[in-house]
Design a protein around this ligand. Structure first.
Ligand code: GLC
Length: 613
């Protein structure tokens, strides 16, 4: 079968191609005649799956259940080992890191997969959790905590669609997003990946799944979405990443399950298992929650993927054993993310089937689930990148959408004397703070690299650049990171402070959750000259600022806005009034953590709080 460029139906064929085709120089690739039923797109998917499955060897079935990291495989390995999936871990990118290189890389791996006897296309997964964030030049949207502050399902669906276009333009067809975690303790390093501390907000914002996948799989930019991390990742004791969620089943179901129910109802194609445990039992081996509840009770018909080396954690010792492979697959995990040890996994899984520890019926069920999604995505007919979407990466239209999302995500928490909005004309403004002119800091983790990093890491507009662009010619804007040089002639000072990038457990804060010394010193420098001080907090979570707040004239929670920092300036100058409301309760003191709506504690600001002009 001769695969044709994927999603060739997407955009109108280019004029050049039409002209060339018309003169017969290059006939558009004709769809090859189907040799086997599974290759016939006119047949119902279940029939195609059944036919294909009947032709597969055990090794081909095991290959479909194996996901390896791009850095530890070659295209030839996909052919030899029949690998069904490749992933990019956070920051794992081709060089040069640009959209075209990604598409070239994807197509090369795909050619390796199609060079197998049954030509089963591979599916490529990565974390596009706030835009196509591994790719330099991509549009970086606000992280989920900011989107939660918008309470706008339609906006979030639009963002999903935009991300799907950029992801499709690089060939990638599977997004390990959205995180539907319900973050209950702000100490957790993944709090910013949560849409909110109560299940209603992430449930409402599962519209991002429809944006990513389309109304059904197989559309021109349809990308398989992933509801993650199942189940209870945001509920661990102490906010300990990959820790233990100690709840009754009734509490677990009430707090953490609803977003997954909503995702399944929206037809989410995959679910990723959490590293965390429930009452001491690792989720990666939890047959009741994975098979009985998720697949049985909720009726999830997609496929379940493990997290990065997640099966290694089942017995608490490093690496995975045959027993862990059997426990994970028998629990209901269909595809195993084994980034580097994928050859060992393949031989171990084969042995566990041959010795009867894993029934062939479980292998066939896993393959049916995986292959069904590959057929529904259209991968068999359009396995290669549709390059007509590549120019959408970082496009002006997507950046405009991101800027709108930044505006709507801003939460105004204090505005003494109506110091905001600032006048755009005939003003004199001093800007300070480590997060004022730093694309890396305002984007946070999962940006270009796994942990993210400070600095000019990708094209975008810093908050300071947004401020400068917003003001009229008669206004002076002075910037100094530490506030050095400010005097009483300024009409206002803006301190853009908060956190620097982190991801996952490296972001867990077990001690203080206050501003760091540099930020406090900067704000103090500004306050000394007696001008109004507006604090803009760029952080992945609420911070412990109650003691300092009385000395601030205004406080704007900006969260992690991404590349379009001008959206923050739009609110500071009243281009748009702030409309965001807190998705998380804001502590009065770190000693209150965890603090959540309805727990009886008195917060500094309750969930749902937000001022406007
Ligand atoms: C990580 C994360 C998960 C991500 C996966 C692949 O450890 O827990 O959210 O999708 O690995 O990068």
């Amino acid at each position: 079968m001769i695969p044709v460029p994927r999603r060739r139906i997407a955009g109108p064929p280019s004029l050049a191609l039409l002209l060339v085709a018309l003169v017969g120089l290059v006939a558009p690739p004709a769809a090859a005649a189907a040799t086997y039923p599974y290759q016939d797109p006119t047949l119902p998917v279940p029939n195609r799956v059944a036919d294909l499955l009947s032709r597969m060897t055990l090794d081909e079935k095991i290959g479909q259940m194996t996901q390896a990291e791009r850095g530890s495989v070659t295209a030839a390995d996909l052919t030899t080992y029949r690998l069904g999936s490749i992933l990019s871990g956070g920051g794992s990118a081709p060089s040069p890191n640009n959209a075209t290189s990604w598409a070239d890389m994807y197509d090369a791996f795909q050619r390796g997969a199609l060079a197998t006897p049954l030509a089963i296309p591979m599916i490529y997964g990565m974390d596009a959790v706030h835009g196509h964030n591994n790719v330099v030049g991509a549009t970086i949207f606000p992280h989920n905590i900011g989107l939660g502050a918008t309470r706008d399902p339609a906006l979030v669906q639009q963002i999903g669609q935009a991300v799907a276009e950029e992801v499709s333009g690089t060939g990638v067809d599977w997004d390990f997003a959205p995180c539907l975690c319900v973050a209950r303790n702000d100490r957790w390093g993944r709090t910013y990946e949560s849409f909110g501390e109560t299940p209603d907000i992430p449930s409402d914002l599962t519209t991002v799944i429809t944006g990513l996948q389309g109304p059904s799989l197989g559309g021109p930019t349809s990308v398989l979405a992933t509801a993650k991390h199942y189940l209870g990742d945001g509920g661990t004791t102490g906010g300990d990443d990959q820790g233990n969620t100690e709840l009754s089943e009734a509490e677990l179901r009430a707090i953490h399950l609803p977003p997954f129910q909503a995702a399944v109802q929206r037809g989410v194609g995959s679910v990723m298992i959490s590293y965390s445990s429930w009452n001491g039992v690792k989720m990666h081996g939890h047959q009741y929650l994975i098979s009985t509840v998720l697949k049985g009770e909720l009726g999830f018909s997609g496929f379940v993927v493990s997290d990065w080396n997640g099966i290694d954690q089942i017995d608490g010792s490093p690496g995975f054993t045959a027993a862990e492979v059997a426990a994970a697959v028998n629990a209901g995990i269909d595809m195993v993310m084994v980034p580097t040890a994928w050859k060992t996994f393949i031989s171990t899984l084969r042995a566990e089937v041959q010795n009867g520890h894993i029934p062939l019926s479980r292998i066939d069920d896993a393959n049916r689930r995986i292959l069904t999604k590959k057929f529904e995505l259209g991968l068999f007919e359009r396995p290669f990148t549709d390059r007509s979407w590549t120019p959408t990466v970082g496009s002006a239209a997507h950046r405009a959408l991101a800027r709108q999302a930044v505006r709507q995500s801003q939460v105004l928490l204090k505005n003494a004397g109506g110091v905001l909005p600032l006048a755009r004309d005939n003003n004199k403004i001093f800007v300070a703070g480590k997060n004022a002119d730093n694309i890396g800091n305002q984007s946070g983790g999962w940006t270009i690299s796994w942990q993210g990093s400070s600095g000019n890491i990708t094209p975008g507009t810093t908050i300071l650049q947004g401020i400068r662009a917003a003001v009229g010619p008669g206004t002076t804007v002075t910037y100094n990171q530490r506030g050095t040089g400010i005097d009483g002639s300024y009409r206002a000072a803006i301190a853009v402070v908060g956190e620097t990038p982190y991801a996952e457990g490296q972001g867990d804060r077990t001690g203080s959750m206050s501003l760091d010394r540099d930020d406090l010193r900067t704000i103090s420098t500004l306050r000394k000259v007696g001008v109004p001080v507006i604090v803009v907090l760029v952080s992945g979570r609420p911070l412990d600022i109650a003691a300092e707040l009385p000395g601030w004239d205004a406080l704007l929670a900006s969260w992690l806005p991404g590349t379009e920092g001008a959206g923050v300036a739009d609110v500071l100058f009243g281009v748009t009034a702030p409309t965001g409301t807190l998705p998380m309760t804001w502590m009065n003191s770190v000693s209150q953590q965890p603090i959540n709506a309805g727990d009886g504690q008195v917060p500094l600001f309750p969930q749902g709080y937000g001022l406007t002009y």
